[in-house]
Write a protein that binds this ligand. Structure first.
Ligand code: PGA
Length: 254
């Protein structure tokens, strides 16, 4: 494989213990060991992040937060802020994930919150991984409007010259945790569409932006999605929380 691939492992609320988290980290590290073109960002549950990131050096494996609050400090029970994550080893942060965005999926972050979180990540020199994606697809293509809105709202508080450093993770909600992923052809079209929208905001530097696909990626569809879907990487949920499966997924990319 010639192409570099960024894999973001969103562990969500897995595993249960730090011993298991350490084991999964060891297996994940091993999975990318001999594949020099793969970069991995692991987004573990918050309590495990400082334990896992300690002592890990280098650019191929880094860590990310799964969610941040819109404020940096304050009376917000149960929340964690960007500076806190930054202090314990996060260099990226997932923002606007369907499970943080849509109330029906357990979230509640508004477009305004998401824009604030993106700006905060940039303020702390961390990479925002902005998740976008429609809940349902309609035959008329109205979902394209949702995607456009999410992009323009998400970048609205970011300095223009920093937009190219945002990673855009396209995750159609109907494909998350589902039985199948979307077709690679549809992803190719979507990646052109996302880049076209970004072009309107930042011009040709939109060509440098990394676009990821997420939603039911595993060892059977990862390679085709990267190559035929014209994406720079993958956001992986379930298949990243099982060491053996994750190993197969990385291997399958080659
Ligand atoms: P999945 O989750 O790979 O389990 O579908 C992807 C995600 O929600 O980020």
């Amino acid at each position: 494989m010639k192409k570099s691939v960024l894999v973001v492992a969103n562990w969500k609320m897995h595993p249960k213990t730090q011993a298991e988290a350490k084991k999964l980290l060891t297996e994940s590290k091993k999975a990318i060991e001999k594949y020099q073109k793969v970069r991995l960002i692991i987004a573990p549950p918050a309590p495990f992040l400082p334990i896992l990131s300690k002592g890990v050096r280098g650019k191929r494996l880094t860590f990310g937060a799964q969610h941040i609050h819109t404020e940096e400090i304050g009376s917000f029970t149960g929340s964690i802020s960007m500076p806190m994550f930054a202090d314990v080893g996060a260099s990226a942060v997932l923002i606007g994930h369907a499970e943080s965005r849509y109330p029906a999926n357990g979230g509640g972050d508004t477009e305004e919150d998401i824009a604030t979180q993106v700006a905060l990540a940039i303020k702390y020199k961390k990479t925002p991984i902005l998740c976008i994606g429609e809940r349902v697809r309609d035959a008329q293509g109205l979902y394209l409007h949702d995607v456009r809105k999410q992009i323009s709202a998400g970048i609205s508080k970011a300095p223009k010259n920093k937009v190219k450093s945002i990673i855009f993770a396209y995750e159609p909600v109907w494909a998350i945790g589902a039985a199948e992923t979307m077709s690679t052809h549809a992803m190719h079209e979507m990646s052109l569409y996302i880049r076209k929208i970004l072009m309107e905001y930042i011009g040709p530097s939109a060509g440098q932006v990394s676009i990821l696909y997420g939603g039911s990626i595993d060892e059977t569809n990862a390679k085709a999605m990267v190559h035929e879907g014209e994406v720079q990487g993958l956001l992986v949920g379930r298949a990243s929380t099982d060491g053996a499966r994750f190993n197969k997924l990385i291997h399958a990319l080659y």
